[in-house]
Design a protein around this ligand. Structure first.
Ligand code: AP5
Ligand code: MG
Length: 190
């Protein structure tokens, strides 16, 4: 089982590179942002709670997010492994993910950190906002997402270093070069 955490700030390329990783390694992809956006689109109760938080750049509470993730994992059948995109975002979520995988006799294989400077993140997300219409891709919300990332999510780099899983990738530049670096990092751990 290959369990990859793809990690990085908003706009760092987690979704973009996940698609390639899924194709190469045949993994299931769990993007918690996509899960929440589909709940919003469906108008569910969870979607209504999530919308207010996402539009304000804030995280969904850990307890709820961990429950959602566990339910998604439970639904997978005959999985070769999972790429976790946008989860974990807090230390509580990382601990929960480790416990969930350990209870299945598994662990995270590698945590891939995509490092991109903030000015480039802002450019990418503003550009995407014009095309995709994602409600949180406006300057004010992007700034809040970056603050939340720096305060609540970036401490996970140290956490995964201590767990022996952290792999640093320069996330700026050509998509193909970034993907080649990710593949090298994953292959060195399997
Ligand atoms: P989520 O959907 O996870 O959003 P995010 O982390 O803010 O990241 P993005 O999806 O915006 O960026 P990405 O890293 O996937 O980059 P992408 O490949 O799209 O979460 C949204 C919200 O949901 C959160 O704010 C929170 O409220 C909530 N949430 C989700 N998970 C949660 C959790 N676990 N706990 C609590 N709350 C949670 O690329 C971005 C753009 O850049 C694209 O246009 C792409 O084409 C372009 N691009 C990619 N790579 C390059 C490159 N190398 N060069 C140039 N452009 C590039
Ligand atoms: Mg994404």
């Amino acid at each position: 089982m290959l369990n990859i955490v793809i990690f990085g700030a908003p706009g760092s390329g987690k979704g973009t590179q996940s698609e390639r990783i899924v194709e190469k390694y045949g993994l299931d992809h769990i993007s918690t942002g996509d899960v929440l956006r589909s709940e919003i689109a469906a108008g569910s109760e969870l979607g209504m709670v999530a919308k207010g938080l996402i539009d304000n750049g804030q995280l969904i509470p850990d307890e709820l997010m961990i429950e959602i993730l566990a339910a998604k994992l439970d639904k997978l059948v005959d999985s070769k492994g999972v790429i976790f995109d946008g989860f974990p975002r807090t230390i509580a979520q990382a601990e929960a993910l480790k416990a969930l995988l350990n209870s299945r006799g598994q662990d995270v294989t590698a945590m891939i950190e995509l490092d991109v400077p903030e000015d480039e993140l802002m450019d990418r997300l503003l550009k995407r906002g014009q095309l995709s219409g994602r409600a949180d891709d406006n300057e004010e919300t992007i700034k809040k997402r970056l603050v939340v990332y720096n305060e609540q999510t970036s401490p996970l780099k140290e956490w995964y270093k201590n767990d022996g899983k952290h792999c640093y990738i320069n996330g700026s530049g050509e998509l193909d070069r970034i993907f080649a670096d990710i593949v090298a990092a994953i292959d060195s751990r399997i």
